[in-house]
Write a protein that binds this ligand. Structure first.
Ligand code: PPS
Length: 570
């Protein structure tokens, strides 16, 4: 099949062992050192094994890695823009030697592949970040991963597949390159234009992709990434349900959908070439490249990491070698007076052009506001609304912090009762004492244990918030850093409101309801917050309450009003 020639001139790889050989290797593998793959490594391995990363036959060795970082080429000279490396801990690296075979397992311990270790080296991550992503700024998701999550030592070597990773979701929509090529062959599709996406598709995308296919005189493959995308993206379960609705909008027999288990790096231009090679491996002849393809957003100073058309420019330089034609993304807009989508340069001066930015779309979704029909399909909006209900249907956490005896529990109780009276959602109170009794009974008041205690509270509250309930937490939580971690854990899942109960130490001590301050002063309790252990005053609390000045009833009322203003209560 001429149309399915590889960009790299070689064959499509299939790195799985034949069944009987896999069985033998499985037996031997019980003696191999085992590495538990991270989610990103599992995605990489999946695409290595099924041939989507052809011509690679394993994780890059050092010489290939260096050349890929420096020149986007493998030692053989073949174009390969993205390092695909196996990063491990120092401990694990120290336990193996060059020439050893290791077992690569998923999180449940299932043996996915074995790898003959040809290279072991300590990566110069700064240099890698600079050369591959053009920056060492860790607000770039791939740089963040490299610097803060990836292990310090890289292993390279050929992999031998034992068993494909298991997926329980959308099985029928996941294809290996040879399966998808088979589908194209069966359908008689000789030219296929691929569309890569990590976002839900709306009318503009549907118009654009179909137009691209018509212009290329090709069929269309919508191939969204479901492996790992940009942190904060809409989850793939919701997106895939949306894609299925959009698929109904294309004329019959023109378009197909297939999911790609790629772990994106958000590497802009380099990543675009990588995407093209992968699509070539999947049997596509054309690839749509949009504005800011695989863009990571803005850097620390609010500037974009890459120019909007850098990816298209780089593609043009390598298009011949890639051997998959670029279809540059043309900006489409809705022209109200003509009731149709047109390319920007097709509009007339008198036309009324409508636009809805991504940010405005998310705001409308968040606040349950109208989303116009010209922008998206009703079924897509319905799915997105289901997954992202307006704030008054989302969960939230009210996180009290303050000294012992400051009145946290009293106000938290008053708030709980008022919220129960409102009745919009289930309410859980995670008071300091209750948690210490039920979740953290073995913990002391050392810094380490206090942090652990707060992290446990944060975890439970995040689960409650995610499932659209209300969590009220009332620990002392004396450390800024830990409070910030809790905020970061919960904020992406729903509302988060920090309430600093700022009642002074003098007032708390004079109240001394539990007699603990007296004991602390007498040296009978060591490390008591505010006496001989620090309390770091919150700087960013949404509400500050001093119970020496405000009754519990009024304090709870003030919190309710704030929640209302933020949109969490009606
Ligand atoms: S922390 O730091 O957030 O983990 O503390 P927390 O779990 O909220 O503390 C719960 C109650 O423990 C009592 N207690 C102490 N507090 C501070 N320091 C020391 N050393 C200590 N020992 C016991 C104290 O009464 C806390 O209850 P509240 O409700 O805050 O008065």
């Amino acid at each position: 099949m001429g149309a399915f020639k590889q960009a790299h001139g070689g064959e499509l790889k299939d790195l799985y062992l034949a069944e009987h050989k896999a069985d033998e290797e499985k037996l031997r593998a019980s003696d191999y050192p085992s590495w538990d793959l991270s989610p990103r490594q599992l995605c990489d391995l999946d695409l290595l094994l099924n041939g989507a990363f052809s011509p690679l036959e394993g994780f890059l060795g050092q010489a290939d890695y260096e050349k890929v970082c420096a020149e986007m080429r493998l030692q053989s000279g073949i174009l390969w823009p993205m390092p695909v490396t196996l990063d491990v801990s120092e401990d694990f690296a120290g336990s193996i030697s060059q020439g050893d075979t290791i077992a690569l397992r998923d999180a449940e311990g299932v043996l996915i592949a074995t790898m003959e270790v040809s290279d072991i080296w300590v990566a110069d991550k700064e240099s890698e970040a600079q050369r591959v992503f053009g920056t060492t700024d860790d607000s770039h998701p791939a740089v963040d991963y490299l610097m803060h999550k990836a292990g310090p030592v890289y292993l390279g070597g050929k992999v031998r597949g034992i068993e494909p990773p298991t997926f329980y979701d959308f099985k029928l929509l996941r294809d290996t390159p040879s399966e998808l090529r088979g589908r194209f062959r069966k359908l008689g599709w000789r030219k296929v234009v691929a569309f890569q996406t990590r976002n839900p598709l709306h009318r503009g995308h549907q118009e654009l992709t179909f137009r691209a296919a018509r212009e290329a005189d090709a069929n269309l493959l919508i191939q969204p990434v479901v492996g790992m995308t940009k942190p904060g993206d809409i989850d793939h379960f919701t997106r895939v349900r949306c894609y299925e609705h959009v698929l109904e909008q294309y004329p019959d027999q023109t378009t197909t959908l297939s999911l790609l288990n790629l772990a994106m790096r958000m590497g802009g231009p380099r990543e675009t070439l990588w995407h093209a090679i992968i699509r070539k491996n999947y049997g596509c002849t054309h690839f749509i490249v949009g504005r800011d393809h695989a863009g990571p957003g803005n850097d620390r100073n609010g500037e974009p990491f890459y120019g909007p058309y850098d990816a298209q420019e780089l593609y043009l330089e390598y298009e011949k070698e890639l051997d998959i034609t670029m279809v540059p993304f043309k900006m489409m807009v809705y022209v109200e007076n003509k009731a149709e989508y047109l390319l920007v340069d097709e509009t007339d001066p008198g036309d009324t052009v409508l636009d809805l930015s991504g940010t405005e779309f998310r705001r409308r979704l968040n606040e349950g506001l109208d989303i116009p029909e010209w922008f998206s399909f009703p079924k897509v909006v319905e799915e997105l609304r289901r997954a992202h209900p307006p704030r008054h249907e989302q969960g939230f956490t009210v996180f009290f912090t303050g000294l012992s005896g400051s009145g946290k529990s009293t106000v938290a109780n008053a708030l709980m009762v008022k919220l129960l009276e409102d009745g919009s959602r289930p309410v859980t109170l995670l008071d300091g004492d209750i948690v210490r009794k039920n979740l953290s009974s073995e913990l002391t008041f050392s810094k380490e244990h206090r942090d652990l205690n707060i992290q446990r509270i944060g975890f439970v509250a995040s689960e409650i918030t995610k499932n659209r309930g209300i969590a009220i937490c009332a620990p002392i939580a004396p450390y800024t850093h830990t409070r910030r971690l809790v905020r970061e854990m919960i904020s992406p899942l729903g509302g988060f409101l920090e309430v600093h109960v700022s009642t002074s130490i003098e007032v708390c001590e004079s109240r001394d309801r539990k007699g603990l301050y007296a004991k602390a002063r007498a040296g009978l309790i060591k490390g008591f917050t505010g006496i001989d252990d620090p309390y770091e005053v919150p700087e960013k609390a949404e509400i500050v309450i001093d119970t020496a000045e405000l009754s519990p009833d009024l304090a709870a009322h003030r919190i309710l009003i704030t929640l209302e203003k933020m949109g969490y209560l009606r």
